[in-house]
Design a protein around this ligand. Structure first.
Ligand code: KIV
Ligand code: NA
Length: 262
């Protein structure tokens, strides 16, 4: 299978083929997800919550995002790797956005960046795209705006979201994430835009879906949004494995002779 690129996703939109996206933060997981046939790996700033243990995504730095994008890109063979631009790394000016986006592509092997915001970020998206960095947009619930929004809630202003999504597409983004958007609104946006919509909590009418991998694996138990479907229960498996190891060490049955050197 040939590597997935931004033009691939645009072709799939025309062909009606759905995009399978998951988040990844490290080499080992990225390699497994790539081998499973996942089309796109997002090095999300959800890094801040599921890897770093913060309450929000706001604390992630550009250096940290680059460090993780580098590891993920090393694990991906076929999947398109997208580096999320963290809070504060593209808000100052178009110049700063270009600098941050170019760092992501120069210092890692990832192929695109994602940034949050609709109409208010349209000029920024255009500037980054014109600097030859492919961009994925993100509208609806934008977790970097959490201090404005006051909480993680479903977004219901249909006209505003459609205008935001259209602005992102017109600015040159090759795909857009719709987060916590009612099915009807996400469906309307999907029918309107010439670029694929990737939903998370945005219903089945999007062109693709993304989930936070530790949520899908049942590994992260901090909170569980309604839109998460767990395909494994790894948290229990990890506790069970570590518990049995502890028993074996304390009881002296690990390591056995076969696990020791003569
Ligand atoms: O950071 C992230 O994981 C994301 C996805 C939820 C889209 O932005
Ligand atoms: Na994100």
């Amino acid at each position: 299978d040939s590597p997935v690129t931004p033009p691939t996703l645009l072709r799939w939109k025309r062909e009606g083929r759905r995009v399978v996206m998951l988040t990844a933060y490290d080499f080992t997981t990225a390699r497994l997800l790539d081998e499973a046939g996942v089309d796109a790996l997002l090095v999300g700033d959800s890094l801040g919550t599921v890897v770093q243990g913060h309450a929000t995504t706001l604390k992630v730095t550009l250096d940290q995002a680059i460090y993780h994008a580098e590891m993920v890109a090393r694990g991906a063979r076929r999947a398109l790797v997208i580096g999320d631009l963290p809070f504060g790394s593209y808000h100052e000016s178009r110049r700063q956005a270009i600098r941050s986006a170019c760092r992501m592509l120069k210092e890692t092997e990832c192929q695109a960046v994602k940034l949050e915001g609709g109409r208010r970020m349209a000029k920024t998206i255009r500037a980054v795209v014109e600097a030859d960095v492919p961009v994925v947009g993100h509208v609806g619930l934008t977790p970097q705006s959490i201090r404005h929004l006051g909480g993680y809630k479903v977004q219901r202003d249909a006209d505003a979201m459609l205008a935001d999504a259209v602005a992102v597409a017109e600015a040159g983004a090759f795909a857009i994430v719709l987060e916590c958007v009612p099915t009807e609104i996400a469906g309307r946006i999907t029918e309107t835009l010439p670029i694929p919509t990737i939903g998370i909590g945005a219903g089945p009418r999007c062109d693709g879906q993304v989930l936070v991998t530790p949520d899908l694996l049942g590994l992260f138990e901090g909170f569980r949004p309604k839109f998460v479907r767990r395909y494994a229960e790894l948290a229990g498996a990890v506790r069970e494995a570590a518990g049995r190891y502890a028993e074996d060490v304390r009881g002296g049955s690990f390591p056995a002779e076969a696990e020791s050197f003569r």
